[in-house]
Design a protein around this ligand. Structure first.
Ligand code: NAP
Length: 264
């Protein structure tokens, strides 16, 4: 059961008509949030250009994976929000490292207001994806492969033959990726990582929002953090616009400070 923490600053989720006060702990404790409030809380803005929402889960000590995958970190509430975010987006953008590590398959539920689920768009410089993987064989809509002409043509051809929509771009810079998605009318971009792709988006100042679940776990080990990249990336200011608690997990929403991204 999601509970709204006092830190929540999202007007939609503060709307008392959506709260289920029968589930309130006491007069001052956080209120439970019903399905309508949760959906309002996670509505994906569409300002008429790609709006990038990034979703991650990490342990309380900052690990992005356990044994190389994120599954060991997520709670039922995190999985529920993971699904809800997909229902609100036009496209799920993911780096090839994550698609390979997590054996990505197509999204299941249709985007709200549409008949089909969002396509999975995989960013890959190598086009080294298995055409027999779930991404291609277990999906309701063709995946989008975003690559360049530097990837071997035979690999690109194999992925196209497996049903992918292969877009050959000039480069894989975030601005180029977003221009391609925007050209296709895919404005509500949900980036599910991984850390390398997220790092590139942070460095390019191309992130509008971060949904971060902090799991009540200590993982240690050699797992990395949610964003990686070269040193020297300028720090970006974000505002906390939402905070939910679910069984000890914190589901946080940060939005970029200011109205516009660089270049928009
Ligand atoms: N906790 C979470 O919420 C979460 C979420 C996602 C992932 N993960 C974990 O993160 C790990 C994978 O991390 P990762 O950093 O290898 O994955 P990644 O960011 O998903 O993928 C990196 C790959 O993306 C491709 N790429 C193409 N253009 C790029 C660009 N401009 N910037 C960055 N990447 C670009 C490259 O693929 P090619 O090699 O094909 O050229 C690169 O090797 C896995 O263990 C996964 O479980 C955790």
């Amino acid at each position: 059961m999601h509970r709204l923490l006092p830190a929540d600053r999202d007007p939609a989720a503060r709307d008392d008509t959506h709260r289920d006060d029968t589930d309130r702990d006491d007069d001052t404790g956080p209120a439970a949030v019903d399905d309508a409030a949760l959906a309002a809380h996670y509505a994906h803005p569409d300002p008429g250009r790609p709006y990038v929402r990034v979703n991650f889960v990490a342990s309380a000590d900052g690990a992005v994976s356990v044994d190389g995958r994120s599954g060991g970190l997520g709670s039922d509430g995190d999985r529920r929000v993971f699904g809800l975010l997909r229902e609100h987006c036009d496209v799920v953008l993911v780096g090839a490292g994550t698609a390979r590590a997590e054996d990505y398959r197509g999204a299941r539920r249709p985007t709200r207001g549409k008949d089909t689920p969002p396509p999975i768009a995989v960013v890959t410089g190598s086009a080294d994806l298995d055409p027999g993987a779930s991404l291609f064989t277990d999906t309701h809509v063709p995946p989008l492969v975003l690559t360049t002409a530097r990837a071997p043509a035979e690999r690109r051809d194999r992925l196209a033959a497996a049903g992918a929509d292969v877009a050959v771009l000039d480069d894989l810079e975030p601005a180029t990726l977003l221009a391609e998605l925007g050209r296709r009318g895919l404005h509500r971009v949900l980036c599910e990582g991984g850390p390398s792709l997220f790092g590139a988006f942070v460095a390019a100042d191309a992130v509008d929002e971060l949904c971060l679940t902090v799991a009540p776990l200590l993982a240690a080990g050699d797992a990395g953090r949610i964003a990686t990249g070269p040193a020297g990336t300028p720090v970006r200011a974000m505002s906390l616009v939402g905070a939910l608690e679910d069984d000890g997990s914190l589901l946080l929403r940060y939005r970029r400070t200011g109205d516009h991204r660089a270049g928009h």
